[in-house]
Design a protein around this ligand. Structure first.
Ligand code: GLN
Length: 510
C-alpha cells in the first residue's frame, strides 16, 4: 500500500490502514517529510526536525507491535508554532523567540504525543497569533494551496495550508478571534474552536488570555472528533481550565459520546436526519460587506440543511458590529500585558548594543517585535492607561457582556445552533491590505463575537468563489453552538458532510 498521505481521503481511513498494519508510522512519516520539502513554496512549516519525527514514528510502530496502540497512534500531525515543544523551536512566528526552545511541552502537545501522534514539526502563523492572513510572520507569509498568490488566512495560516495541501491530515491551531475558523474557511478544510476553558492553555504562548483557545483542523468533521477528544479536559496547570471538564469520567470521551449520541439521534432514529434542528440565522451576518459569492454559498448550505430536515429561524445578534471595537480594545490590552515579559532579560531576543537596562529592554523589544505586534502593544497600553481605562477598556468589557447576552438569548430561546458565514469574502491576495491594517480587523466581524462570549464554533467547507486570477477559492460555513455543545456541532457538521462533498475536494481538484 502507498504510504502517500494524499491517497487517504480522511484521517479515519488512514487510521484503518495503520491499525490493519497496511503501512507503518515510520513509512508514513518519511513520506510526509518528503512532501513538506516538495511543497516548501507554501511556507506552511517553519521548523522540521526529521530525527525527532522519526523517533516518534518508531515509538508509534513499537506500540502497535506491543498491542498498546490507541486510535491516533502513528497519525502524522503538526502544531501551530504558538504551542511550546521540547526539542522543536517555539517561535510564535516572531523574531523575539526565533531561537527559543522550551524545556517542556504544552498540554495539547503532550496529550497528542501520549496518544501516539507523530509530530512533523511547527507551523507558520502570524506573530503572536495577531493577524488574519499569516502575513505578519517573521518567517514570511504562508500561501494558500488553492492559489499561491492568496493568503491562507490567519493567524493559524500554516495549520490550514498544511491540511489543505495534505501535508498532514490534522493540525493544531489557536483561536483568539477566529484564527481556527477563518483559515479553515479560506483553505477549504474543517476546523473547530471549542468552548473557552475546555482545552488547556498551558504552554500556549499567550496573546489575549481571556480569549485564546486551542482548536483543531482536519479534512472532515468526523476527523476532528478524536483529536478534540484527546486534547480537551480539565488541567490544573491552567487557572482558566473549565470546571465542567473536571471529574467527568474520561473527559475527552465525553465529546465522543455526545457525538455518537447526537449522530444516532439525527441519523438512525428517524425518517429525516437533522429533523427538528432549529438553525438561527442572524440578519446581521448578511448585511453590507458580505460578498455575493459567499452569500450564495451560505444560502445553498442553509437550503441543504433544510432539505435534511432542519428548520431556519430568523434571529438577531444586534451587537455584532460592536464586536470589532470591543475585541480590538480587549485583545490588545491583554496582549500588551502578556508581551511585557519579553524584556530582553529572561528569554527571547536581546539587543547587542545598549547603554543601560531601560535602553536594553527598549531596543530588544523594538528589534524583536514586528510592526503589527508593536501596533497592538501601543493600542493596548493606551486603552489601559490612567484616564483612558474607563472610556475604552471598561466600556469594551461592558460591550463584551452584552454581546454574550445576545448569543445566550438566541441560543436559549430561539434556536439550537447559529449558522452564517465565517468571512465576508474568499481569501484576499497577499499584500492586499498592506497600507491599511484595520481593513483586516474589519473582516473579522463574523468570528470575534464568539470568542468574546467564549462559545464553541466550527467552520466547514460549503462552496467556492474565485480569486483575482480566476482560481477556485473555498468558502466556509460557520456553525456556532451553546457552551460545551461541541458534540452537537460535530454531529451536525458530519451530517452535512455525509450529504455533500465540498470537504473532499483538495486544492487543484475543485
Ligand atoms: N484576526 C484576529 C486578530 O488579529 C484574530 C487572531 C486570532 O484568533 N489569533 O487578533
Amino acid at each position: 500500500m502507498s504510504a502517500a498521505l494524499h491517497t487517504f481521503p480522511s484521517l479515519t481511513s488512514l487510521r484503518t490502514a495503520l491499525s490493519e498494519g497496511k503501512l507503518s508510522a515510520t513509512e508514513l512519516a518519511q513520506d510526509c517529510l518528503k512532501q513538506i520539502q516538495v511543497q516548501q513554496a507554501l511556507n506552511a512549516f517553519v521548523h522540521v526536525d526529521p530525527e525527532l519525527t522519526l523517533a516518534q514514528a518508531r515509538a508509534a510502530d513499537a506500540r502497535r507491535v506491543a498491542g498498546t496502540a490507541g486510535p491516533l497512534t502513528g497519525i502524522p500531525i503538526a502544531h501551530k508554532d504558538v504551542f511550546v515543544t521540547q526539542g522543536w523551536r517555539s517561535t510564535a512566528g516572531s523574531n523575539m523567540l526565533k531561537h527559543y526552545v522550551s524545556p517542556f511541552d504544552a498540554t495539547v502537545v503532550n496529550k497528542l504525543l501520549q496518544a501516539g501522534c507523530v509530530s512533523l514539526g511547527k507551523l507558520n502563523c502570524d506573530e503572536f497569533a495577531m493577524g488574519s492572513g499569516n502575513e505578519h510572520s517573521a518567517f514570511g507569509p504562508a500561501h494558500n494551496p488553492w492559489d499561491h498568490s492568496c493568503v491562507p488566512g490567519g493567524s493559524s495560516g500554516g495549520s490550514a495550508a498544511a491540511v489543505a495541501a495534505r501535508l498532514v491530515l490534522a493540525s493544531t491551531g489557536t483561536d483568539t478571534g477566529g484564527s481556527v475558523r477563518q483559515p479553515a474557511a479560506l483553505c477549504g478544510i474543517s476546523g473547530i474552536k471549542p468552548t473557552y476553558g475546555s482545552v488547556s492553555r498551558y504552554g500556549m504562548i499567550a496573546y489575549g488570555s481571556s480569549l485564546d483557545q486551542a482548536g483543531v483542523m482536519a479534512v472532515a468533521a468526523a476527523d476532528l472528533v478524536e483529536m478534540l477528544d484527546t486534547i480537551s479536559g480539565f488541567d490544573e496547570r491552567d487557572a482558566t481550565s473549565a470546571e465542567q471538564c473536571r471529574g467527568v469520567p474520561n473527559a475527552p470521551g465525553r465529546i465522543q459520546g455526545e457525538f455518537s449520541k447526537a449522530s444516532a439521534h439525527y441519523t438512525n432514529q428517524g425518517i429525516l436526519p437533522l429533523k427538528g434542528l432549529r438553525i438561527g440565522v442572524p440578519s446581521e451576518y448578511f448585511g453590507d460587506g458580505l460578498s455575493s459569492e459567499v452569500a450564495t454559498a451560505i444560502e445553498a448550505a442553509l437550503t441543504q440543511f433544510e432539505a435534511l430536515g432542519a428548520q431556519r429561524v430568523a434571529i438577531s445578534l444586534p451587537r455584532t458590529r460592536l464586536s470589532i471595537p470591543a475585541y480590538y480594545v480587549i485583545a490588545p490590552a491583554e496582549a500588551s500585558s502578556n508581551l511585557s515579559r519579553y524584556d530582553g532579560v529572561r528569554y527571547g531576543h536581546r539587543s547587542s548594543s545598549y547603554s543601560d537596562l531601560a535602553d536594553m529592554s527598549g531596543r530588544s523589544r523594538a528589534e524583536g517585535f514586528g510592526p503589527e505586534v508593536q501596533r497592538r502593544i501601543l493600542v493596548g497600553t493606551y486603552v489601559l492607561s490612567h484616564g483612558y481605562y474607563d472610556a475604552y477598556y471598561l466600556q469594551a468589557q461592558r460591550l463584551r457582556r452584552m454581546i454574550a447576552d445576545d448569543f445566550q438569548a438566541a441560543l436559549t430561546q430561539q434556536c439550537d445552533v447559529i449558522m452564517g458565514p465565517v468571512t465576508p469574502t474568499v481569501a484576499k491576495q497577499i499584500g492586499d491590505h498592506k497600507d491599511d491594517p484595520t481593513a483586516d480587523w474589519l473582516a473579522d466581524i463574523y468570528t470575534l463575537g464568539l470568542n468574546l462570549a467564549g462559545l464553541p464554533g466550527m467552520s466547514i467547507p460549503c462552496g467556492f468563489g474565485k480569486s483575482g486570477a480566476g482560481k477556485a477559492l473555498p468558502i466556509g460555513l460557520q456553525i456556532i453552538g451553546d457552551y460545551f455543545d461541541e458534540g452537537r456541532l460535530l454531529a451536525i457538521a458530519h451530517q452535512y458532510q455525509l450529504a455533500t462533498d465540498w470537504h473532499q475536494r483538495s486544492a487543484g481538484q475543485a
